[in-house]
Design a protein around this ligand. Sequence first.
Ligand code: GLU
Length: 294
Amino acid sequence: MTAGSYVGRFAPSPTGPLHFGSLLAACASFLEARRHNGSWILRIEDIDPPREQDGASDDILRVLDAYGFEWDGEAVMQSRSDEQHREALVSLSAHTYECDCSRRKLASQPVGELGVVYPGTCRDRDLAPGDTATRIRVGDAVSQFDDELQGQQAMDLARESGDFVIRRRDDLIAYHLAVVVDDHLSGVTHIVRGIDLLSSTHRQVFLQSRLGASTPTYAHIPVAVHPNGDKLSKLTGAPGLDGDDAAAELAHALRVLRQMPPQGLEDATVDDIWAWALEHWDMSRLAGLRNVPA
Ligand code: GLU
């Protein structure tokens, strides 16, 4: 790969402070980008105000800075590309329809890998936009991609998802559409993120094909788990990171990411830890792993 042709990114949602799981995704995507002499974009996914926490965006920027992350250019606020998200929505209109099904109405439907499988109730109703969501028809699409860490992935979208929402009933653009449009606008070539997003990647790959956007290379890193197997998350008591103990937490993140840092690296400076990590980073140590002990 020639210098500069790799564009990676980290895309946290400002729903709360960064936690250890997000630090792992940030480290892995950053190190992988730098190992390829690539650039690394930071995008704050602030397009879901009801789920956002006051001050979280600033807090995320401050904490990433405390860890010594260096992103290229200004941090991108996803809300700035609202117009492009809506243009993409319009460009997909030959494949979409309006739907007024409530969550409650759908609750009794079969569940697939991506949650409730939409049975197509509104597909031929030709509803006018109003108090409605917009869904995209999946037809008989089978999405496929080769994940750098998790191998070949395939999904029959009709069976596991059904037609899915790309504009919500509250008129907010759904995550899958926004993420695909923004990665495309930023020329992202490689996406390294947590395995919790592995199966939803299929919807994103499907949207890329509908929009004529190229599919980036994906690598989904394992999730960090407590000894009892529970995923580390806010719900299971993982604390928000404040960056006060950045060196020790970075060194610990590298250990959890199976990079085998030398004993004592946690006592080094943040700069020295990054220097070590940039020299030794080997993402393939995570190949095939779905979870790693925190
Ligand atoms: N904003 C998403 C999250 O914080 C991640 C998006 C992505 O990496 O594609 O879960």
